[in-house]
Each structure stands twice: as structure tokens, then as C-alpha cells.
Design a binder for this molecule. Sequence first.
Ligand code: CTP
Length: 403
Amino acid sequence: MSVLQGKKVVLGVTGGIAAYKSAALLRALMQAGAIVRVVMTPAAQAFVTTLTFQALSKERVYTELLDTDQEAAMNHIDLARWADLVLVAPASADFMARLAAGMANDLLSTLSLATTATIALAPAMNRQMWLNPATQENARLLRQRGLQLWGPDEGEQACGETGPGRMLEPDVLLAQAESIFASGSLQGKRVLITAGPTREFIDPVRYVGNRSSGKMGYALAASLARLGAEVTLISGPVALTTPDRVLRVDVETALQMEEAVMARASACDIFVGVAAVADYRPTEIAAKKIKKSSETLQLNLRKNPDILALVAALDEAPYTVGFAAETDDVEAFADAKRRAKKVDLIAANRVGGSRGGFEGDENALLLLWEGGREAIPMMAKPVVAERLAERIAERYHIQANLG
Ligand code: CTP
């Protein structure tokens, strides 16, 4: 059962082409058991009609601040008090500016001022509008005041441009909404997590690397932090921003990652190895840049320490979670890996297909632990991370109670 069951959500819709996606978001929230009241700004109604949301929610849609008929049903103060969460998706640049300025010139901005509930905004706008210093300043101000900003995402935009400004997909927004009400089941627990690739140097300017983007590890670090854990993220080189409330330690090589992990492993409750650690490193690192003088060049490689296995072998090992990338026979190979490395839970993903894996935005996982399994279907990585974090928390507590 979703943590959204019975939760009261005001879904605010402001003017933007992404407003059509809010219909899917409304359905997703309702399917998760939330009770949703939709509030639309006048600009939103230029993109989607109230009838769409009314038909889906089977409730009246609120649009007016000073309409005696609407106010008689539930006035702006009633709505503000009623809500457990005010989720504005899409949130336009104009709406963010009005909120930042404390304006109360329509129903949605007024109830946003009046509510004590969590307010979350899913910005959606042209990338230049998002990058404009005025919008950036408003975003900073709103965050500082405790509002949550979910997104925007990067990618192709309705206006034909590519960049930051896309509204997060409804399933990702649903996962974010769920995280607001998550149990805090890892409150006070220390989690150590690795993410990203490692670089194994050949000479001062060259390295052997891999295509890991770090997205899965970063999403999981964010989800574990939202469950209340104190998360330390040992990260290989990636182009990602550090999630809120996560302490990040940057490393480059497998040996540096090993050192950073082993220095902290005994003091943590849970260790999660998501990093794509290079299995081998050059036996020697040339002190100077290698010149292209010979026709062939041979690299001698030496096996790197298996960080996950080392942590799992500690006398007072934390609860350990590993990943396994397999092209075939996923369950058999992953389970063999779980036993060989003595990890408590392994998350296996199939690689080499058209979707999911290293660089993509989606993933599907098969979770295996002693005596149990669960398949998480192909979904956006933050949604998969949310599910995995909850399962890790649950299995950790079961194991801790047994031990
Ligand atoms: N891992 C690690 N240290 C290494 C190698 C891997 O901590 N030197 C961790 C990864 O973070 C991941 C898991 O071990 O959690 C992956 O195990 P690995 O044996 O490398 O499996 P695959 O990457 O699937 O590779 P292979 O099947 O080739 O063994």
C-alpha cells in the first residue's frame, strides 16, 4: 500500500504546455490512494479545461478566489488547512515569481500563502526562462523558505529547444510525493554508498574508465536520505549534483574508493555498492605522458580489490547491498554473486538491452536476498531508487531484529 493512501493533496496547475501531463499525475496520485483537489490558475485553463480534471477526479475543480459559489464549497482557507501537501505541477515562471513575492492575486497563490502543509513545485518552462537570473533567484528564495522544488528535468522541450526546464514525468513526481510521507524508517542510521565509475590511470593524462553515469547511485543516495538516513556518498567522477542532505566524498581510482570506504565502513549500519568499480588497474602508472613512439603498446593490468566483498567480510560488517550487471541468466548469476561475496541483498540488472542500465534514465531490478526475491519493473531511476530504498530499510530492520 502506498504511503499516499488517504493523504490530502491539493494539485495546483498553472499555465504551461506541461499542464496536460498533470492529468496523468492526478490519476497516479489517486491510484496511490491520495484524495486530490485540483486548483487551476486562469492561465492553466488556456491549456487544459477544468472538465478534464473534474472528470478524472470526480470532484469540482477550484479556479476562483472571489466566487461565492466556489467559496461556499471550500474556501481558500479551508483548502489551505485541508491539504497535507500542495503540489504545483507544472509551476510556471510567473507562478514562482508571484510566490516568491508573496502575492495573493489568485486562488492558488493565496492558498499557498495560507497553508502550513509542505509545498512542492515542479517547474516547467522554456530553458532560457528557467536559466534567467530572476527565475533562478526566485527558485533559490523559495527553497530557502522551505518549499521543495522537484526538477526541472533536462531534455527536449515543447518549444523545440533542448535544456533544463522540462517538467518531471508524472511517475517521478509520484515517487517524490511518496517520499514526503515516507516513514523516516532509517532515521539516525548511517549509510555508506558508492556511485559512479572509477578511473584507472595509465599516465598523468590517460585512464581506463567505464560509462557509468552515477544516476542510479545518486538517486538511491537521495532516497535513503529521504528515509532519514545520514548518507555518505563515495563518488567517482560524474556530472551530477549532490542530493540534499547527503555528504559527498569525491574519489577517482578504485584504490582511493577502497580507502575512503574502508575508513568509514565499520561505523556504518548499511553499505550499498552501486559504483562501477574498475575490475583492473594498470600495474604501473607512467610518471610522464607516454609518447606514441612504438606501433603497439601493451598494458599490464592487476586486479583491483573488491570493495563490496571486503566490506561484507568485516568482523562487524554492516548490512551490505550490492549490484550485479548481467547480460544473461540474470537470477542465477546474481544469486551466485550474492553468495560468493556474502552480501545481504543483491540488486541485479540486465545490461546490453535497449533500455536501462548504465547511462539510461530508466532501470529495472531483480532483488535477491536469502529466501526472498522481488522484481522492480522498468521505471525512471528515481522511482526504482525509491522502491529499492524502502526494501533495503525493511530488510535491514528484519535482519537487525534477527541478529
Ligand atoms: N564492486 C566493488 N569493488 C570492485 C568491483 C565491484 O565494490 N572492485 C561492487 C560493485 O559496486 C557492485 C558489485 O560489486 O555492487 C558488482 O560486482 P562485480 O563482481 O563487479 O559484478 P559485475 O560488475 O556484474 O561484473 P562481473 O560479472 O564481470 O564479475
